[in-house]
Design a binder for this molecule. Structure first.
Ligand code: GAP
Length: 511
């Protein structure tokens, strides 16, 4: 656990030192759970957006993208259920005065039991060696079975109490499980209360209920209210999707773990409109497609897993998370939700406007069902940054901090360097940079020794360094150094584009 926390701390400090992420308004001591992306962070963020947009919108001829406003008519949120049901069950520890999400406390307790099972399996594997049959062990070992049953009982009780909005039941479950506050170690809990997560503000100068509007807590509703606009103006045929990238806001009570849980964050969402009855087929399709999208980044397939929701959101009939192995452990990165026709039907009812599709093949009008993919851009950023950050021991005994960011996402693709600051080398280096900058985000660097400059570029994840030396002046060749292998080869300047493009072009991820 301590090791994991250390890793997160290292990532946070590296992100700040090199201009990826800063605490927001830091000169005023910051604002809790808000962060600013720096000069390299905003490049990385843009590249992640571009990977998502290209693969979702440009690579699918039946998906289009929009950019809806953050403020929406307040009835939107009444219809979507967010005014009444977008709540977190909260509980306070009276001794530490810390506030927790009650369901998260219970889920963490379940995770501990799960870890006990894994330890038991590990013990079995060590004991029986090659003859170990894990599947058999999991269904016969008494300790594993007892713990698995415990988990099932807790999950059932949690699901039931949350579904029934039985807050006393949730409290009793926490007490029965003897869950203690991680800070104070005490079981001195308050009752459980519901807390709405939407930020509200006033429209114009008149205060009062009539002018209360909300900062959108999800981008999805901007898509639902535009369903017919897009369908008609784009002559879209079902099945089709509408995608959007944009800010969302939630008054998270337990906002922590760096950019993982913030009050202002960005989502990349896509609503896929399908025929009623076909939603489960598309739900499975998008689970697989999105999982492949993540794995293509090469951060390690073992770092991803699916988690089926126990408590379904008020709009869903099936939902799963793609979890990523963050420095804090496996946590939600993306949600895939089968949202039924809930949202469109609600908007029909509250607006009095029909939101239906005429299906020419069925010769029938219907309200489409929706399968949604929703990934947090900031969580993607944290996944890429934390999985790429390494402190490597090199063969010569030295160390280097390196960000092995997927080359296509790297903030800077090429650093161009003159070996020395004289003999016309800087001018030649600028000439090379001026050739490359039309295609790649480049950086010029002439300060310090070449070794130090290479380390600086490794630390920000630059896939290539191009060195201009005295031979360049004679035969127009340069050395190009690969971030990952640290190998340098001499090539003609005219070959640079081809070599760089092969590795950093976003096509490498999309194909
Ligand atoms: N439209 C569906 C929806 O909003 P969600 O599971 O609440 O579903 C989707 O959120 C994704 O948005 C999450 O998987 C996560 O990546 C991201 N997300 C949610 N709350 C966040 C927060 N407070 N900070 C950063 N990212 C968040």
């Amino acid at each position: 656990m301590e090791q994991k926390e250390d890793k997160l701390k290292e990532v946070i400090s590296h992100a700040k030192e090199y201009g990826f992420v800063f605490p927001s308004s830091e000169i005023y001591d910051g604002l809790a759970a808000t962060y600013d992306y720096g000069q390299l962070g905003s490049e990385l963020k843009n590249n992640i957006k571009s990977y998502w947009w290209k693969s979702m919108v440009q690579m699918h001829d039946n998906i289009v993208g929009i950019d809806a406003s953050i403020f929406m008519h307040p009835t939107t949120w009444k219809a979507s259920g967010h005014v009444d049901a977008f709540n977190d069950p909260l509980i306070d520890n009276k001794d530490s005065k810390k506030r927790y999400r009650a369901d998260v406390l219970i889920e963490e307790h379940i995770e501990k039991i799960r870890q006990k099972i894994e330890k038991e399996v590990e013990k079995g594997s060590k004991k029986f060696g090659d003859s170990f049959d894990e599947a058999q062990f999991r269904v016969t070992n008494p300790n594993v079975l007892r713990n698995a049953q415990k988990i099932e009982e807790i999950e059932n009780r949690m699901r039931q109490t949350l579904e029934d909005n039985d807050l006393e039941g949730v409290y009793n479950l926490i007490v029965d499980l003897e869950i203690v506050c991680p800070i104070s170690g005490s079981k001195n809990w308050t009752e459980v209360r519901q807390f709405n997560l939407m930020f509200s503000t006033e429209l114009g100068s008149v205060a009062g209920d009539a002018s209360t509007i909300y900062l959108r807590p999800e981008t999805a509703q901007g898509i639902f209210v535009n369903f017919l606009n897009v369908q008609k103006s784009g002559r879209m045929k079902i099945p089709f999707g509408i995608a959007q990238i944009g800010k969302a806001f939630r008054n998270e009570i337990v906002a922590r773990q760096f950019i993982f849980r913030m009050r202002e964050f960005e989502q990349m969402e896509m609503q896929f409109f399908v025929r009623p009855g076909e939603e489960m087929k598309w739900y499975e399709y998008w689970k697989e497609t999105r999982s492949n999208w993540h794995k293509k980044l090469g951060l390690g397939d073992h770092n991803y897993r699916f988690h089926d929701h126990i408590k379904l959101a008020h709009y869903a009939n099936a939902a799963a998370d793609i979890e990523f192995n963050f420095p804090m452990g496996f946590k939600e990165l993306e949600g895939i939700h089968s949202r039924t026709d809930f949202d469109l039907k609600q908007h029909e009812q509250f607006s009095g406007k029909k939101l239906q599709y005429f299906d020419p093949e069925l010769n029938q009008n219907y309200v489409p069902y929706v399968v949604e993919t929703s990934v947090g851009l900031d969580r993607m950023f944290l996944a890429v940054l934390s999985a790429s950050y390494k402190n490597e021991k090199l063969e010569d005994g030295s160390e280097r901090a390196v960000l092995s960011i997927p080359a296509a996402l790297a903030p800077i693709k090429v650093a161009v360097m003159p070996l020395t600051k004289k003999d016309g080398l800087p001018e030649k280096a600028m000439e090379v940079l001026n050739l490359l900058k039309f295609d790649y985000n480049c950086q010029y660097d002439e300060k310090d020794s070449p070794g130090k400059r290479y380390r600086r570029q490794d630390a920000i994840g630059t896939p290539f360094c191009v060195m201009i030396d005295h031979q360049t002046m004679e035969d127009n060749t340069v050395t190009i150094r690969d971030r990952d292998t640290m190998e340098q080869i001499r090539v003609a300047i005219s070959e640079l584009n081809g070599i760089i493009d092969q590795k950093v072009n976003i096509r490498t991820l999309l194909q």
